[in-house]
Design a protein. Structure first.
Length: 460
């Protein structure tokens, strides 16, 4: 059984502090502040029911427990045993009515440290985690450096490979597939490698690999349109697509379009003929065989990253004032995505995508790595949408959870260690609604040399 408060599922604090360990006469353990709040809100003729067993209790019968070793207060969960227990405990208290609406919990369930290696690129999908980077090389000659590529199911590694030929420049999962683990890796030397791990009852099989060459031009970004169809940006001005299950060579995404392009990064697919990507510090729409146009830009700012949620048709944008520094003062803005009709220079009617403001995530101004990736996740239940964003506030070292449906209200703040080295936050899989009342979101926090997995629960 986990040594945590029976009301909030958080750890206890030391004696004579806010959340010090208290016990009821029936032997159930909870933090002092939680017990006091419960007693006030459920008082009945001077007593109340125990939040665990419903036994009648008087507050004077509750007492602190002293001389608990500090090591016990800081004990870590046994992930394999305690994760299910904690979730059952939260659901049981929801059924009993001992949890208030808006109650939330962040429970770490696993972590993985990458010894002597630096994570440079990463992606997640359907419970799988893809990371790529380089071993920490002491020599100045990059020809002697090694580059690693790993895929995890949770914290269990299922694919591990070392490269020595060229550095990674982009990675990406095929998020349209659940029957296999399909991902692509781009290299500095223009090589694009696609790897498919078939799944049989959830167990990955032997990898099937395909390789494409691009005239020694750097691969800048990768995304998938559907099963086996890969889109990627190359060098300073090109977008190509290939079919991984066919022998046909690459095809130009903007065929017969006469326009000068610059380097394109952060490709995201809206559908099988529309992409979003960053060029010249702005977000563009790259529609197949049509002239690109600006989707989002702001004067005196540069877009450095974004996350697009296709379920809610929303986009979470990371922007900053333009600077050559590797670290920047950044902020987040949330926008919706919609389509309108417009006319081009030739007078032709055309359907285009536009963004409209939903709001700024307030009180978020801090320094982060240039390529920090935020999270926007949504769940649909019948006709209801529940949309959350997870963004860091490095100045106070806390993870801020925003409930988008409620005017971007900050519904939770959680202390996170070493947040200044965080490179991104991801939703590991699809959010789940438990008992139609408890939303469960599994998130991954990616750092320079490790990642952690946590379950976030919120009573809605």
């Amino acid at each position: 059984m986990s040594f945590v408060c029976a009301i909030c599922s958080n750890a206890f604090t030391t004696n004579d502090t806010e959340h010090a360990l208290y016990s009821t006469k029936c032997g159930h353990l909870m933090g002092k502040s939680c017990l006091e709040r419960w007693a006030r809100r459920n008082s009945n003729q001077g007593g109340f029911s125990c939040p665990v067993c419903r036994e009648p209790v008087l507050y004077r019968d509750c007492h602190p427990i002293y001389d608990i070793p500090e090591e016990l207060l800081k004990i870590r969960f046994n992930y394999s045993e305690d994760e299910k227990h904690i979730e059952d405990d939260i659901l049981n208290r929801c059924i009993l009515g001992t949890l208030e609406k808006g109650s939330s919990f962040l429970i770490e369930t696993g972590d993985e440290e990458i010894d002597s290696e630096s994570i440079k690129f990463f992606d997640v999908h359907n419970g799988f985690i893809l990371i790529a980077g380089n071993e920490n090389c002491l020599c100045e000659n990059s020809d002697f450096c090694k580059y690693f590529l790993k895929v995890y199911k949770g914290v269990n590694i299922i694919y591990d490979r070392i490269f020595v030929s060229s550095n990674f420049t982009a990675v990406g999962f095929n998020k349209f597939r659940k029957d296999a683990v399909e991902f692509c890796v781009g290299f500095e030397n223009g090589v694009l490698q696609c790897i498919v791990l078939p799944l049989t009852n959830g167990v990955p099989g032997a990898p099937n690999e395909s390789v494409y060459y691009n005239d020694n031009k750097r691969i800048n970004s990768i995304c998938f349109l559907k099963k086996g169809e890969i889109v990627y940006s190359v060098g300073k001005c090109n977008i190509f697509y290939v079919y991984n299950d066919e022998t046909d060579w690459k095809k130009d995404w903007l065929k017969n379009v006469d326009i000068k392009l610059n380097t394109i990064t952060n490709l995201n697919s809206v559908n099988d003929h529309v992409l979003l990507g960053i060029m010249d510090g702005k977000i563009y729409v790259f529609e197949k065989n049509k002239t690109p146009y600006v989707f989002y830009s702001e004067e005196n700012t540069e877009v450095i990253n974004f996350t697009y949620d296709s379920v809610a048709d929303m986009i979470l944008i990371v922007k900053s004032s333009q600077s050559e520094s590797n670290e920047k003062d950044v902020s987040h803005v949330l926008g919706g995505v919609s389509k309108i009709f417009d006319y081009d220079n030739a007078g032709n009617r055309r359907e285009i995508y536009i963004s409209y403001p939903v709001g700024d995530l307030q009180n978020i101004a801090y320094r982060l790595p240039k390529k920090f990736k935020p999270t926007l996740t949504s769940t649909k239940d019948c006709e209801r949408y529940f949309i959350y964003s997870f963004v860091p506030n490095v100045e106070n070292g806390k993870l801020q959870v925003h409930f988008v449906n409620d005017a971007l209200k900050v519904v939770d703040r959680r202390k996170i260690t070493c947040f200044d080295r965080c490179k991104g936050i991801f939703a590991l899989g699809e959010s789940k609604l438990l008992l139609s009342k408890v939303l469960k979101i599994q998130i991954v926090l990616m750092y320079e040399t490790e990642f952690t997995i946590s379950n976030y629960y919120s009573l809605i």
